[in-house]
Design a protein. Sequence first.
Length: 341
Amino acid sequence: MLAQNRKPENTTICFEKGKVYNVGILTLKPNDTVYIEEGAVVSGCIYADHCDNISIVGNGIVNGACWHLPDSNAHRFFIYIKWCNNVLLKGFTAVDGPSWHVVPAACDHVVIDDMNIMSRIVTGDGIDITSSQDVEIKNCFIRSTDDSICIKAHGLIADTSTVRDVTKVYAHNNVLWNAEPGNAIELGYGLQSEIHDLVFEDCDIIHCQYEGNMGGAAISIHQADGGHVHDVHYRNIRVEQAEQKLFDIKVLLCKYTQQVAKGEINDIHFDNIQVLNGDIPVSLIRGYQTPTEEVRVHDIYFDNITFMGQKCETWQDLRLVTELANDIYVNGVRTCKQMKF
């Protein structure tokens, strides 16, 4: 943790050090400030709906183990913040949640700072930014069994109100450890609206473990719905281990969606991405085609990508496999120039 978080003067709910609390579901109200003192353990889930100006701060622990058996999914989000404005999550540790761990859905002005998030069940995503805008994720350590940081735009728990554009997301100075399922930094699945103006910067992916099912990437975009993904920037990211793929960008059919018409992926920028150790990973870019529809991934930019200090000058150096994609740029040089059919 970067610093000790002091108890705010406007605290409305306080969990004191040296105590263990079982809150079941802690439901917040507007203007609530929750303080979890270092040495306090809060067992349960946290939920807020249409609550403005809320904070959860402190250096204590929120424990979700009470909501699920050791290796099972309880089909409940751990810290679920829906339709809220001005949200601060800072300093505390969220461990062993029943499903996705931190889920701001249809929220505006969210800061997630200096959190530790550790999961062990198969669907244990770290942070799922869903249909939210103006979000900052910084200084966090995330050890997730599924996606570490994930962007989505779709209805949650049969609530279609949470389908909104995702824009102005800034994730920086985070340390990510992605276990076998999922990806370290993922856009998808469930991208039913427009996703744009996102920046992932100065992050360390220390592990992205081998999934073994053609998934598992350090950085991925999986568009299986109708939303448009564009103007996304990845800068100054260090990858210590990518056992399966480095980049995985696809428009595809998948089991998570029934939508046949697919949205586009374009104007995606990778700048100064370093693979520091391990085997050299492959990367994939793939569009989508049926007898009546074609969606090509296009205008993807790779600049200063290095493997063990060696700069990748060409798409072959990148170990890049492409299909139904065009206008791929490596260090400013355009490749994959084929026209649409």
